[in-house]
Design a protein around this ligand. Structure first.
Ligand SMILES: NC(=O)c1ccc[n+]([C@@H]2O[C@H](COP(=O)([O-])OP(=O)(O)OC[C@H]3O[C@@H](n4cnc5c(N)ncnc54)[C@H](OP(=O)(O)O)[C@@H]3O)[C@@H](O)[C@H]2O)c1
Length: 281
């Protein structure tokens, strides 16, 4: 599994982690096996949020990683409606309890809500001083929000911006990638497989991915992740609730696409003009 420095942190993180949104709806025992398999294959960045299953997913992860905590780079997120100064401290305590740990590796603001950003960030700094989180970052932040956050805490403090980025939604490539790079912020791609809307076998796009996958002896899903990972400073957190899916995804961690592969994917999934409702511009 390839590793990269995670933003400004002195931490080498696997380029592929594991997402856990909606994991509470999957078979619990199988989901726990999938998380443990992810740790075994090096997908040790585990991403969750207090929002997921209303805390149920954090509890499930707590059970899955008990005994393996030191192997995991554990990330959770505070809900924007809780993100006052004291609300953030309290939400973190609850997440720690559910995750059965005394420290998060990364704590994110899930998206920018209506509460004052400086309160959330001051709470993150306090949690960091107390050793309850190792680092903090943001999610779903556009360029203006990201620059506002950096203005508050200074350069080199925001570890990452976790944003929507997959083959069918490449808006982050327009400007956000460059701005993250300029400030040394890691870009973490969420829904990197299109959140269940992956190109079907037999479709034109599906066939482009399938033929590249066959040439490398991997699955189309691994090819899709490798394409996103060609960008420096990028990480992906696909969700998989089945151990066999986890194993297939892990192959992307070593996969080097050939220039002709990149070209073929680029023309099947063109960047196009900005079209996201999310203002990643
Ligand atoms: N910050 C935010 O606002 C935000 C928003 C959305 C998501 N996220 C994070 O990003 C993570 C990933 O995004 P996502 O959950 O939307 O979806 P995703 O990772 O784009 O896609 C997940 C889907 O792909 C399937 N899959 C995974 N590996 C596969 C394989 N090898 N072969 C076939 N199918 C495979 C999964 O099936 P199985 O489950 O059956 O394995 C699941 O249905 C989330 O779980 C969450 O942690 C963050």
């Amino acid at each position: 599994m390839k590793h990269r420095r995670f933003g400004p942190l002195d931490v080498e993180c696997p380029v592929i982690g594991l997402g856990t949104w909606q994991l509470e709806a999957d078979d619990r025992e199988r989901a726990i096996r999938a998380i443990r398999r992810a740790i075994d294959v090096g997908m040790t960045h585990i991403d969750t949020a207090e929002l997921y299953g209303d805390g149920e997913v954090e509890s499930l992860i707590g059970e899955a990683i008990a005994g393996y905590r030191s192997d995991v780079f554990l990330a959770s997120k505070v809900h924007p409606d809780h993100a006052t100064y004291t609300g953030t401290l309290l939400a973190c305590e609850k997440s720690l309890r559910r995750l059965r740990t005394d420290r998060l590796d990364l704590y994110l603001l899930h998206w920018r809500g209506t509460l004052p950003l400086d309160e959330t960030l001051r709470a993150f700094e306090a949690l960091e001083r107390e050793g309850k989180i190792r680092a903090f970052g943001v999610s779903n932040f556009d360029v203006a929000d990201l620059e506002a956050a950096i203005e508050i805490v200074g350069e080199g403090r925001i570890a990452c911006n976790q944003v929507l980025y997959h083959l069918g939604e490449r808006d982050a490539e327009h400007v956000l990638h460059r701005i993250c790079a300029r400030h040394g912020v890691a870009l973490v791609a969420y829904s990197p497989l299109g959140s269940g809307r992956f190109p079907k076998p037999g479709s034109f796009k599906g066939d482009v991915l399938a033929s590249i996958a066959a040439a490398h002896g991997v699955t189309p899903h691994a090819v899709a992740l490798a394409f996103l990972l060609r960008q420096e400073r990028t990480f992906v957190i696909p969700k998989a609730s089945r151990p066999e899916h986890v194993e297939a995804l892990a192959h992307a961690g070593e996969l080097e696409l050939r220039p002709e592969d990149v070209e073929a994917i680029d023309s099947a999934f063109p960047l196009g003009p900005p079209r996201s409702k999310l203002p990643y511009l």
